[in-house]
Structures are given as structure tokens and as C-alpha cells.
Design a protein around this ligand. Structure first.
Ligand SMILES: C[S@@+](CC[C@H](N)C(=O)[O-])C[C@H]1O[C@@H](n2cnc3c(N)ncnc32)[C@H](O)[C@@H]1O
Length: 214
């Protein structure tokens, strides 16, 4: 992993959840984010894309990519044949890069964890890749994703171990289980987020697939 990438990560995680600092950090990174992310060996985009392929058979399905960033995941979905993709993200700079790829029908500057002014129950699938992590989007983001999904729609997201264990996501996900708001379809084993990095050797993510209950 390059020194430059490690520096970018330090700025992102160093923002400590400060909204403006985080959005600025991503906007400043947007131009080189894809090169850095692919070179990092982070498996989450590949796994999320695989899970979409497995759980969303219709290429015309309306899919929301929440925290789409530069469209790194959406671009692959488009190349796979999915043609009805929307994205939302907090960072204008990341959205500009995503827009230039031409793979999304609509892109919105919106914040997970706040009220999202999009049509409820309007998406056939919702994905969130690399965004449910410390200092980014809060556990209440899951309520927003569920609201936007149609009944029976898959909700596919990566989650960081720290966000799950220390950031309230574990409690939130158990509460959604207890409320029978969704059903677990599949969960991967935890994997190393940055397999080539010594400094981030302990970071773990996993990918979950749930289905919204009707
Ligand atoms: C690590 S990047 C992941 C981008 C893309 N999904 C991917 O897999 O490459 C995290 C993205 O989440 C966005 N983000 C962070 N907090 C957010 C929030 N509360 N609501 C929406 N987007 C957010 C950032 O702007 C950034 O683009």
C-alpha cells in the first residue's frame, strides 16, 4: 500500500466523524481514489458486486448505491449489465467523479443517518459499500436504507468490525432482527480490509446480505 494511500486514510479516519473534514478529505482524494483503492487490495467492492450478481437477477432492477463515492462499485455493476443505478454520497468531489463515469441515472448529495428525501419503498436493491464504518455513517443509516428498499429487496452492505462492535451497529442490527424488519440471507467471514498493509493489518470488514420484510 502506498505512503500516499496511508496518508489519505489517516486524514479520513483522523476527521473523527467531523462532517466537514470528512467530506473535504474525500473531495480532495476523489481524483486518485480509484487508483489507490484498487491498489490496496480491499476486497469489499468485489464481494459486494458478487452479492448483487447473486441476489439481483434483473438487470433493470432499480438499485441504490448509498455512499457511492466515485462509483467504483456502480461502474462494475454497469459493466456487468445493470442499467438502473442511482447513487448518493456526502462528498461533492466524489460525486463529480461518479457522474463523469455515466453509469448512474441519478446522483444525489445526501447524508445517510439523516432524513433522505427519496421515495420510500422504491428500490429493488440497496447497497452500501465501504460507508458503514467508523466516523462515516451512523447506525441509524440502516433505517434509511430499509425505508428506501421495497419489501423483499436485498440490502447488501459491508460493515467494519469497529463500527459493529464499538460504533453501535451491532446493537442496531440486533434491534432490527428483533423487530423482524429484515431477514439475514448471508454474511461473509470477516476479511482483512487492507491485506497489503502492515499498519492496518488488524482492520476487518465483512459483507452482509439482508432482505427487507414486507
Ligand atoms: C470508503 S468510501 C466508499 C465509496 C464506494 N462505495 C466504494 O466502495 O468505493 C466512503 C464514501 O462514503 C461517503 N460517506 C461518508 N459518510 C457518509 C454519509 N453519512 N452519507 C453518505 N455518504 C457518506 C464518503 O463521502 C465516501 O465517498
Amino acid at each position: 500500500m502506498s505512503d500516499e494511500f496511508e496518508k489519505r486514510l489517516k486524514v479520513v479516519y483522523g476527521a473523527g466523524g467531523d462532517r466537514q473534514r470528512l467530506d473535504d478529505a474525500y473531495s480532495n482524494w476523489a481524483g486518485s481514489y480509484d487508483v489507490d483503492l484498487w491498489a490496496s487490495g480491499n476486497p469489499h467492492p468485489a464481494i459486494v458486486n458478487g452479492m448483487v450478481g447473486r441476489n439481483v437477477p434483473d438487470f433493470n432492477a432499480r438499485i441504490l448505491d448509498a455512499g457511492c463515492g466515485t462509483g467504483l462499485v456502480g461502474q462494475i455493476l454497469y459493466q456487468m449489465g445493470y442499467r438502473n443505478l442511482d447513487g448518493l454520497d456526502a462528498s461533492d468531489g466524489m460525486l463529480d467523479v461518479a457522474r463523469a463515469k455515466g453509469c448512474y441515472q441519478n446522483l444525489y448529495r445526501l447524508l445517510l443517518g439523516e432524513r433522505i428525501d427519496l421515495e420510500p419503498s422504491s428500490y429493488d436493491a440497496v447497497i452500501a459499500s465501504g460507508v458503514l464504518t467508523e466516523g462515516h455513517a451512523p447506525p441509524e443509516s440502516l433505517d434509511g436504507l430499509l425505508t428506501l428498499a421495497k419489501s423483499g429487496a436485498p440490502i447488501i452492505f459491508s460493515i467494519s468490525r469497529i463500527a459493529f462492535e464499538e460504533g453501535g451497529f451491532g446493537e442496531k442490527m440486533h434491534a432490527l432482527d428483533a423487530a423482524r424488519a429484515w431477514d439475514l440471507v448471508q454474511q461473509t467471514e470477516p476479511f482483512r480490509t487492507f491485506p497489503f498493509s502492515d499498519e492496518y493489518a488488524d482492520l476487518r470488514h465483512w459483507v452482509c446480505v439482508y432482505r427487507k420484510r414486507g
